[in-house]
Design a protein around this ligand. Structure first.
Ligand SMILES: NC(=O)c1ccc[n+]([C@@H]2O[C@H](COP(=O)([O-])OP(=O)(O)OC[C@H]3O[C@@H](n4cnc5c(N)ncnc54)[C@H](O)[C@@H]3O)[C@@H](O)[C@H]2O)c1
Length: 279
């Protein structure tokens, strides 16, 4: 018998420290939802890796705050107010981002909302809102950024933040889960469509990441179950890590997929859920 006992982890695994290398030096990236938990962390890491980044999000104030916190224009960080649900706002926001960065080498689609409802009575307007932001918005931004890359022969990358919900799904957030499944399928198709232009397209599927969105999810679940939201939040840990996934951990995977070392990973929905989803 082995001297190592097989057991379930009984202590939180530490977040590993990693060093930032200038793997994205000279590159420009656009991050939608860039003031949110995961988007901001991605922007922060890309800047540490010497990229220049435009943060796009809904509110001027939070865009300004985030840009300042990440070092401002002097540190390679810029901001654009953009509602991804509006085609006109996306067109203007992408054009502004190109102007600010000079060129866009990569896009991260992180903007999203999550709505919860009884699976048998989701309103049509909730379906529409959910899809307009999470899927149509991501498509619009991807299409315009890809057109810019093609026009300027930029070998680029697009990484969308999907979710384990797009694979397994949750009945309490059926429309959200369907929008993320759509994002996984869109990723596969765009990967094929854009390969000839040397644009690599992937998505990542996080599990429960400690961000404002997960707090929102625990509050919504609390209404279904009457269990206090903080207790639900605490339970949404990754079993193998015995803790929540941290945004920086999703950022590290996203940064890899945006980079030149990821050429063989194409059209994939890469799990970032610490082993919760086996496919
Ligand atoms: N937190 C998790 O547990 C988790 C798990 C799986 C997937 N995800 C996905 O990760 C991504 C980031 O989520 P997060 O946890 O950082 O959430 P978050 O709520 O902190 O960030 C989402 C950001 O999107 C922005 N946004 C919403 N609607 C927008 C619109 N119409 N136009 C532009 N921006 C808009 C919000 O203002 C916010 O800053 C989302 O796509 C989410 O679905 C999160």
């Amino acid at each position: 018998m082995s001297k190592y006992e097989t057991r379930r982890p009984d202590r939180p695994l530490p977040i590993r420290k990693s060093r930032a290398f200038p793997v994205h030096a000279g590159k420009g990236f656009l991050v939608t939802g860039g003031t949110g938990g995961i988007g901001r962390s991605i922007a922060e890491l890309l800047i540490a890796q010497e990229a220049r980044v435009v943060i796009a999000d809904l509110k001027q104030e939070s865009v300004d705050e985030t840009v300042e916190a990440l070092g401002g224009a002097a540190g390679g960080c810029f901001g654009v107010v953009m509602d991804v649900a509006s085609e006109a706002a996306v067109a203007a926001g992408v054009a502004k981002s190109i102007e600010l960065l000079g060129r866009v080498d990569g896009l991260v689609n992180s903007a999203a909302i999550v709505l919860h409802a009884d699976p048998m009575s989701i309103s049509r307007s909730d379906w529409q809102r959910q899809f307009e932001i999470n899927l149509f918005g991501a498509y619009d931004v991807s299409r315009l950024v890809a057109a810019h890359m093609i026009e300027h022969s930029i070998p680029g990358a697009i990484v969308s933040i999907a979710s384990e919900s797009g694979k397994k799904g949750h009945v309490e957030s059926l429309a959200y889960s369907a929008s993320k499944a759509g994002m996984i399928s869109m990723t596969r198709m765009l990967s094929e469509a854009l390969a000839a232009y040397d644009i690599n397209v992937n998505c990542v599927c996080p599990g429960g990441v400690a961000t404002p969105m997960l707090k929102e999810v625990s509050e919504a679940y609390s209404e279904f179950t009457a269990e206090p939201a903080p207790e639900i939040f605490d339970k949404m840990v990754a079993a193998q890590l015995v803790r929540h996934i941290q945004p920086v951990e999703v950022a590290r995977l996203t940064s890899f997929l945006l980079g030149d070392d990821a050429m063989l990973v194409r059209g994939q929905a890469v799990n970032a859920d610490a082993g919760e989803t086996p496919y």
